[in-house]
Design a binder for this molecule. Structure first.
Ligand code: PLP
Length: 381
């Protein structure tokens, strides 16, 4: 039985076929498993180490199962529910608890109930919490997260987390002295536009390990690998992976050091599109049934623009295109997208729009604002 059938997701040959059959009045997430498999293959064949999928990016069970069946067996989890979801994939799925700040309860549950061995810290007090709650930390792997300079990604992730290089060296020694296996981790920021950020991160890790005089068991270069959005043409994934490979070769890592990455966006962005419907048109504005409080929040937080395509089930559109201001479904006047959609001039109420590249940080960030909460998924195979 196919995965879609096992998960009771309706399957369609194309997005247009779905629209023609369902005529959906609510947003529909269209999952594209072949795109997910393609992205998984890229990392599995080209990254010179372990690829962890960052579950937070899109935790939908179909996404997790598709990546798992495509060969992704390691997962970056940020909470107990995410760890439980990974455990549900099968006994050969491994979760790593990579949130630098965890509750004591969560550390205890992760360790005793789920057998989690890998944790991240960026402060001595977090290390002390983990050692206490796990009763001394026997068999643990503790990765010390350090901050990177930033400035090259849509989202900075080093303002909130990450020790300075000096602090990281001290912390790394404390990890070794506690007889845990040692690691360093960094995250260059999400939607990182420059491969050299990864090279700089790896070189910093080499300097920190040397300053601490600690032989690394693990080096985690994080996520941040970009997806292709409108107006943004980042270098191709192989350029990022080459930067990792070359810089790793340039530092003095023990031969058995495990290299890891933990992509979210680059694995799943292309694996889902969203079909929304036009509810009203006023001149050059349209009101649709999804917006910044639901699947489209990254249009605001990351200033991202997605490819869009109009769909009409009973006829065609005029060839002329024009820019439309796009309002979301809530009563809030801030529920408007920062960039216009280019759509056919004669688009009208009842037409649909397919928004592409929406597999990352979309359904994962949906709120219940105004009682609206899109949750209809189908697969396109
Ligand atoms: C610790 C950690 N790892 C991985 C990721 C995934 O990043 P991306 O989706 O940019 O690849 C994130 C994103 O916030 C993160 O915080």
């Amino acid at each position: 039985m196919s995965l879609s059938a096992r998960m009771s997701l309706r399957r369609f040959k194309s997005t247009d076929a779905m629209v023609s059959v369902l005529q959906p009045g609510n947003p529909v997430y269209c999952l594209h498993p072949e795109e997910l498999r393609k992205a998984a293959r890229q990392f599995l064949t080209r990254f010179p180490g372990r690829t962890l999928y960052a579950v937070k990016c899109n935790p939908h069970p179909f996404i997790l199962h598709t990546l798992f069946e495509a060969g992704i067996k390691h997962f970056d989890a940020a909470s107990i529910p995410e760890i439980a979801a990974v455990r549900g994939l099968g006994s050969d799925a491994t979760a790593y608890y990579m949130h630098p700040v965890k509750t004591r309860d969560a550390i205890l549950t992760a360790h005793t109930v789920y057998g989690i061995r890998h944790f991240v810290v960026d402060h001595p007090d977090e290390l002390a919490k983990i050692l206490y709650e796990t009763n001394g930390g026997d068999g643990l792997v503790i990765l010390v997260r350090f901050a990177t300079p930033g400035g090259v990604a849509r989202y900075e992730l080093s303002r909130k987390f990450g020790a300075s290089p000096d602090e990281a060296a001290v912390l790394l020694r404390q990890v070794r002295d506690a007889r845990c296996r040692t690691g360093l981790a960094f995250h260059v920021g999400s939607q990182c536009l420059s491969p050299s950020a990864f090279r700089d991160g790896v070189l910093s890790a080499g300097r920190i390990a040397a300053a601490a005089d600690v032989a690394l068991d693990y080096l985690d270069v994080g996520g941040g690998f970009p997806a292709a959005y409108i107006g943004e043409q980042p270098p191709a994934l192989p350029d990022y992976l080459a930067a990792v490979r070359e810089s790793v070769a340039a530092i003095d890592l023990p031969g058995d050091c495990a290299l890891m990455c933990q992509p979210g966006r680059a694995l799943v962005a292309g694996g889902c599109s969203l079909v929304v419907q036009v509810q009203l048109r006023k001149e050059s504005s349209i009101y649709i049934n999804d917006g910044r409080y639901h699947s489209l929040s990254e249009t605001v937080t990351g200033q991202l623009s997605y490819p869009v395509r109009a769909i009409r089930s009973d006829g065609g559109f005029s060839g002329t295109m024009r820019d439309f201001t796009v309002f979301g479904p809530t009563c809030d006047s801030t529920d408007v997208l920062p960039s216009a959609f280019s759509l056919p001039d004669d688009i009208r109420e009842g037409d649909w729009i397919e928004i592409g590249q929406l597999g990352a940080y979309s359904n994962a960030l949906v709120t219940r604002f105004n009682g609206i909460s899109p949750d209809h998924f189908v697969t396109i195979e």
